[in-house]
Write a protein of this length. Structure first.
Length: 261
């Protein structure tokens, strides 16, 4: 630990989660697990093969926070949420100091999906129109900072974490109305139809398919309840999508451009 800041190693592929961890008060991100005071293993990652390799390189003595989808333990065998649940189990195996955060869909997940799934102003997705209690990555990072500072809140516990209110996808998209390339409307496609549409369009994207499964799982009615965990830990309500979704759109676009450039 340096200058009273917790060194965090993030294992996963959600770039805006890593950015939120790097910007959270009291924390700094490091590039190797050996340099970390605590590791965050993101079982929600789409690149599960890469995640497995990252986890294998982490010393089991280092405290770890594991992120997984809300309700993933209920996922039927053979589904991508079940793969994410297996990644959670693997991340916990043999670790001495753990806590699991089973999270609602992030508003940043929606921004990522909009960037990739918008065609001529229409956002095509598997996300049910009723939406969910979107969780802000910055609030999640602050919760992790609390857990990093207080080992007594970890101890092998599991918490369900959501945002403050349920917001439908059309209403969420309205928050992006002032952005030139952002979607103007949402078309919901069940998973099978969504995958068929990808293939008809000639898109061979395992990440796109997995993101579709991730959004579908996280937006069903059974996962729309609001959890009090965030407010109890931070002493305040979580931020609504109106407070961060446009910024998340721009941040993801910037990260995407940097990756390509």
């Amino acid at each position: 630990m340096s200058e009273n800041r917790t060194a965090i190693f993030y294992a996963g592929d959600r770039v805006l989660v890593r950015l939120a961890l790097a910007e959270a008060a009291g924390m700094t991100c490091v590039d190797t697990p050996a340099a970390a005071d605590l590791v965050v293993v993101d079982a929600c990652s789409l690149a599960q093969e890469d995640l497995h390799l990252q986890v294998a390189a982490i010393d089991q003595a280092i405290p770890r926070v594991v992120l997984s989808p809300l309700g993933a333990e209920l996922a039927p065998d053979g589904t991508f949420p079940a793969v994410q649940a297996q990644a959670e189990t693997a991340a916990l195996d043999g670790a001495a100091d753990t806590v699991v955060l089973r999270c609602a869909l992030l508003g940043q997940d929606l921004a990522r999906a909009c960037v990739h799934g918008t065609v001529e102003g229409t956002f095509y997705s598997t996300c049910e129109p009723a939406g969910t209690a979107w969780l802000d990555a910055a609030d999640l990072a602050q919760l992790i900072a609390v857990l990093a500072a207080d080992p007594g809140r970890r101890g092998g516990r599991a918490y369900e974490v959501t945002g403050p209110d349920i917001l439908g996808v059309p209403a969420a998209i309205e928050l992006l109305a002032g952005i030139a390339d952002a979607p103007r409307r949402h078309v919901y496609l069940p998973e099978e139809a969504y995958l068929h549409a990808l293939r008809r369009a000639g898109i061979d994207s395992p990440a796109g398919e997995r993101l579709g499964h991730h959004l579908a799982w996280g937006s069903v009615k059974a996962r729309r309840a609001v959890s009090p965990v965030l407010e109890r830990a931070l002493g305040r309500a979580g931020r609504p999508p109106a407070a961060y979704l446009p910024a998340a759109w721009h941040a993801y676009q910037s990260e995407l451009a940097a990756t390509r450039g």
